[in-house]
Design a binder for this molecule. Structure first.
Ligand code: NAD
Length: 437
């Protein structure tokens, strides 16, 4: 199959490289000249484990290339995927569909022969209808089917998730489109990746419902963590105890500083808006958003309390800035409200992140960036673990303590055990465990 991938970001680049790896011939298109020029030189603009090698191999094999010129890529394609961004629209929280619609118009003008246009971006219910209308309006003679194929990969594990998905959702009622998508994903049937065919609008809703459900799970355990702190219980054991129940499942029950990232916040906001437009308020999802926003803001106060209700003139070391490990993505990272809150309360902030510091500098320009965890801890009054990078899981605690001015650690990811921190003489504060707070 010949595939054109429109939008070469986290999803487009990973999907394009994986499709090429399945044996398809893929052209990744982007408006961003710098991004495409970098990819043509063999440089990967994002951090994603394994991606550089996968791209290099498939470019070398002649199955993958990059361009800013959409017309030839679309003209030759059997399938055109739209994988452009759908950020929150400024002001109201609706998904901003301007990139999707612009891509649809550009695609329409370049179509030749029967082509399936597939929305991989996360889009509100009914967007496929509008994409189809725009294409037919721009190019009335086009022989086209428009399908939905939402993407469920996670940054940091994106290639694995793409190649070994729990499921692939294909939304279309067009037989020819089903056949093309069945062929594109056929190599995955060897990995037992089940393809679920459904209606286009249902596919669009599945993606939002999945993200809202996962965000709800995280927020639920975060609230249980707050209660655990008050009643002297251990949230990690509670999570284990409920997660062993198959009806609940163990994943997404790790208490922490609140969810962030490029998807959950914007997608839950968009779902709430879609529901309100249809006069079906989703009160649970509304509550999840409100609780999570408050939680992210409250993390700076947790540090303030750990320092005896005093932050002015104190130095706080922050380990981890990206919204999760193994990515350089800073979108809506919990570190942003945390650091901003610390600065507002008069603290000086030093920070280290293994790969996210270049991105972080755009969001957090007024802090000191350090070259490793120990340099970051130097003369700090408190150290806060914000992202659970593997590099922070086995720190030399003796050395850390020697670097610090005061031995206070606030561990927002429960990476360490309270007993080991006590043995090393730290005042240790974590999430939802007895004697913390
Ligand atoms: P991104 O911002 O990393 O990439 C989007 C790319 O599209 C950018 O490089 C941009 O320059 C390009 N672009 C915009 N308009 C274009 C056009 N008209 N023609 C060509 N290129 C264009 O976004 P992302 O994180 O890859 O997300 C893409 C979509 O996938 C979003 O809807 C997102 O919600 C969804 N999604 C993301 C993830 C994730 O983990 N990042 C997971 C699942 C789904």
């Amino acid at each position: 199959m010949r595939i054109a991938m429109i939008g070469t970001g986290y999803v487009g680049l990973v999907s394009g490289a994986c499709f090429a790896d399945f044996g398809h011939r893929v052209t990744c298109v982007d408006l961003d000249d710098n991004k495409i020029a970098a990819l043509q030189r063999g440089e990967i603009p994002i951090f994603e484990p394994g991606l550089e090698a996968l791209v290099a191999e498939n470019v070398k094999a002649g199955r993958l290339d990059f361009t800013t010129d959409i017309s030839p890529a679309v003209g030759k394609a059997d399938a055109v995927f739209i994988a452009v961004g759908t950020p929150s629209r400024r002001g109201d929280g609706h998904a901003d569909l301007s990139y999707v619609y612009a891509a649809a118009r550009d695609i329409a003008a370049a179509l030749q022969g029967f082509t399936v246009v597939i929305t991989k971006s996360t889009v509100p219910v009914g967007t496929g209808d509008e994409v189809e209308r725009l294409i037919r309006e721009t190019n009335p003679g086009a022989d086209v089917a428009v399908a939905s194929n939402p993407e469920f990969l996670r940054e940091g594990a994106a290639i694995r998730d793409f190649k070994f998905p729990d499921r692939i959702v294909v939304g279309t009622s067009d037989e020819r489109a089903r056949k093309v998508l069945g062929e594109i994903y056929r190599p995955l049937s060897l990995n037992q990746g089940p393809v679920m065919y459904t209606a286009r609008r249902t596919a669009e809703l599945i993606k939002y419902a999945a993200n809202a459900f996962l965000a709800t799970k995280i927020t639920f355990i975060n609230e249980i963590a707050d209660l655990a702190e008050k009643v002297g219980a251990d949230v990690q054991e509670v999570a284990r105890g409920i997660g062993m129940d198959n009806r609940i499942g163990a994943k997404f029950l790790h208490a922490g500083p609140g969810f962030g990232g490029s998807c959950f916040p914007k997608d839950t906001r968009a779902l709430v808006k879609i529901a309100l437009d249809h006069e079906v308020p989703l009160r649970i999802v509304e509550a999840v958003l409100a609780v999570n926003d408050n939680r992210k803001r409250a993390m700076a106060r947790k540090v303030y309390h750990a320092l005896g209700d005093q932050l002015r003139g104190k130095t706080v070391a922050v380990l981890g800035l990206t919204f999760k490990p193994d990515t350089d993505d800073m979108r809506e990272a919990p570190s942003i409200p945390l650091v901003t809150g610390l600065l507002d309360m008069g603290a000086k902030v030093r920070a280290f992140d293994p790969v996210g510091m270049e991105q972080a500098k755009h969001e957090l320009p007024d802090i000191t960036y350090c070259e490793d965890a120990y340099a970051c801890a130097k003369d700090a009054d408190a150290l806060v673990i914000v992202t659970e990078w593997v590099q922070f899981r086995a720190l030399d605690l003796g050395r850390l303590k020697r670097e610090m001015k005061q031995a206070i650690v606030v561990d927002l990811r429960n990476v360490y055990r309270p007993e080991e921190m006590a043995e090393h003489g730290f005042a240790y504060h974590s999430i939802g465990r007895p004697g913390q707070g």
